[in-house]
Design a protein around this ligand. Sequence first.
Ligand code: BES
Ligand code: ZN
Length: 393
Amino acid sequence: MKKIWMVIALMSLQCFGNEKLILTVGTDSLSAIKAQVSVDLEILKQGDEISLIRLDKEKMFKLSELMHHDFGRCPGFTKYFSEAEAYEDLASLQIKSSVQGLFTLDYKIDQHLLVKPLVEQIDEVSTVQIIAQLSNYPTRYHKSKTGLEAVMWLKSHWESLGQGRSDVTVELVKHRDTPQPSVILTIEGTENPEQVIVVGGHVDSIARGFFGGISKIAPGADDNASGIATMTEVIRVLMSNSYRSNKTIKFMAYAAEEIGLVGSREIAKSFKKAGTQVVGVMQLDMTNFKGSDEDIVLMTDYTNKAQNTFITSIIDTYVKVKWGTDKCGYACSDHASWTNAGFPASMPFESKVKDMNRKIHSKKDTLAVSKNHAFHAIKFAKMAIAYVVELDR
Ligand code: BES
Ligand code: ZN
């Protein structure tokens, strides 16, 4: 027995050694990190909300624990592959507010006649079926065979929804840093095709096994089969009503979010490079766990304030459920990729962070946690379809 522990100790020494990590964390957590994780913490750049730090890799578990217990954040930091990449993100965050000013969208709500019947057709049964289908793959981990199968299934399902429409295309987008492709369904705009509305969420899943390894079982029903199902329901209703769009609408199922926003980062960067005019991004990541009194919680960090306000009006007008606000405290999902690229993004979330679904990133993230229903998720589908159609005017 002693021998086994010695081998494990030696292995972890080999794995972690003295390697340093480049991370961004909430500035409000710096003093706690210094006091409880590492006295010789290096603060590379301290911002008002977010700071860049360098930390020994071996301190990562302690940092996760602190973030989880004292700040209710999970994990509460963003890891970067290089210092250059981290600085690039921080720089774009600092100019974020001025970039937001470039889009003088007037967020009006005046499409009641069009929106109301669409909202009424959002269906719980169709939504729950997609969550079941996706969470039935043992894992959708970005490097796994079943993670690729899930992507291919989604592509053909979206194709079947768009069948017979020459303005609708479904494509796979290959990536540099993951073997998993993303899926994009595009409805080409008729009047202003150069303006693009994005609704997205990640298709991959992850679960941690023993000693921080990757488990082969990761149903990811809430994180994030729920977001993909929510989006798919919006597509289904738009298609069955033969909805033609003025602007271009793109639904995106991102690859490899769980290892560091990989798919969305590459896509958002390529849109920025191409000079594409993305007028709004809605991120759907975790929509089916009702943990709080508030039904829809808008994250206020790494998001666009004006668009968030617009979405709260959309909720009041068409969904009529209770909404609130909260902060992730770090770049917790793909909306951050779009914000970092200078586009207005929002992240409506299923609960307050303190009330979040604690089963995510484990083999227990199943549909059973939500009693095999999608009643929470359909509030997000109603909001998303109203958002798309109102923004499409
Ligand atoms: N769905 C989560 C993000 C999330 C979790 C938001 C809890 C709000 C509350 C997402 O899939 C995720 O796991 N993100 C990673 C960060 C990413 C940069 C690897 C995380 O939070 O660990
Ligand atoms: Zn996750």
